[in-house]
Design a protein around this ligand. Sequence first.
Ligand code: ADP
Length: 314
Amino acid sequence: MNSSDPAVRVRGLRKEYGGLTAVADLDLDIERGETFALLGPNGAGKSTTVEILEGYRHRTAGEVSVLGVDPAHAKLDWKARLGIVLQSSGESGQYTVREQLAHFAHFYPHPRGVEDVIAAVGLEKQAKTRISKLSGGQQRRVDVALAIVGRPELLFLDEPTTGFDPEARRDFWGLIEQLKSEGTTILLTTHYLDEAARLGDRGGVIVGGRLVAVGRIDQLGGAEARVPLVRWRDDDGALREERTERPAELVVELARRLGGEPRELEVIRPSLEDVYLRLVGAPDHESRSASGAAAGAAETPGTPFEPAKEAEPA
Ligand code: ADP
C-alpha cells in the first residue's frame, strides 16, 4: 500500500444479523499514526465494526480496506501486521511471561526483542512468573505484550482497561502513549471518556449502528456543542438558560437587570462526557431543563444530535 493511504478506510459499511441492522452505512478513515477512539453505548455496533476490520466477521455490504487490504480476503501476512487486544484476556496459561512471548515472537517476520517488550509493558519482575499467577492488570499487560511483539502497524485495543484500578489505568495509558510516540496506529474502543480524551487524537460516536459524530476528540459534536451554558433563576421565578461564547458578559448583564447576583447561577462548560451523553441521547445534568434545539434532540433517545461530519481542524 501507499504509505500516505489511511490505515483504515471504510465506505458504506453495513452488517445485518438476520433482520437486525447492527451497522448502517458507516464511513470511516483512520490515518497512519493516529489513535482513533470509537465510542458508543452497549449494542451500538462497535464490536461488529472492529471485528469486520480485524477480519473476524463478514460484512453484508460496503468497502473496507485495512493497511491497504480487504480483510475479507486477507492472508496470514496481513494478519501479522495487526496487533489485537481482545476484550477479555485470553492469557491465563501455565507458561511464564517470557516463554509465552518468545513462543509468539516466532510467528512474526520482524518481532521486537522479547526482553524489550517485557520492559515496555513493565513486567520485568514477572518475566519468570506463570501467567496464571499474575493479577488481572498484569495479565492485561501480557495481552498487550503479545499484541505488540510482532511490531504491528495497527493495534486494536478493545476496552483495554475495563476493571482496572485508577493507578493501573494510568500506568497502562503511559504504555499506550509510548506506542503512540513510536508511530503505531491505534483503534481504541472504550467506555471511559477520560481514556478516550487522554489517548485519542480523533474519535467517533456510534449510536444504533450509525456514526453520529466524528472528529478531533476535543471538537467532537461540533463547535456548537462546546459553547458554555449559563443558567439562572429569573425574576419571574423561571429557570432560564442561554448558550454564549461570553458567559461573563451575560452574567454582568443579568446582574444589572436583576439588581444583584442572579439566583442559582451556573456557568457550565460542556465536557466530553456532556457532549457524548447528548450525542447518545441520554439525559444528563446539562440538558435536564435545557430549552435549545440541541437539547430537544437529546430528549429523543437514539436521535443523532447532528449528522456525522468531520469537525473543522483548529
Ligand atoms: P457494541 O460492541 O457497541 O456493544 P455490538 O457490535 O456487539 O455492539 O452489537 C451491535 C448489535 O448487533 C446489537 O444489537 C447486538 O445484539 C447485535 N449482535 C452482535 N453480534 C451478534 C450476533 N452474532 N448475532 C446476532 N446479533 C448480534
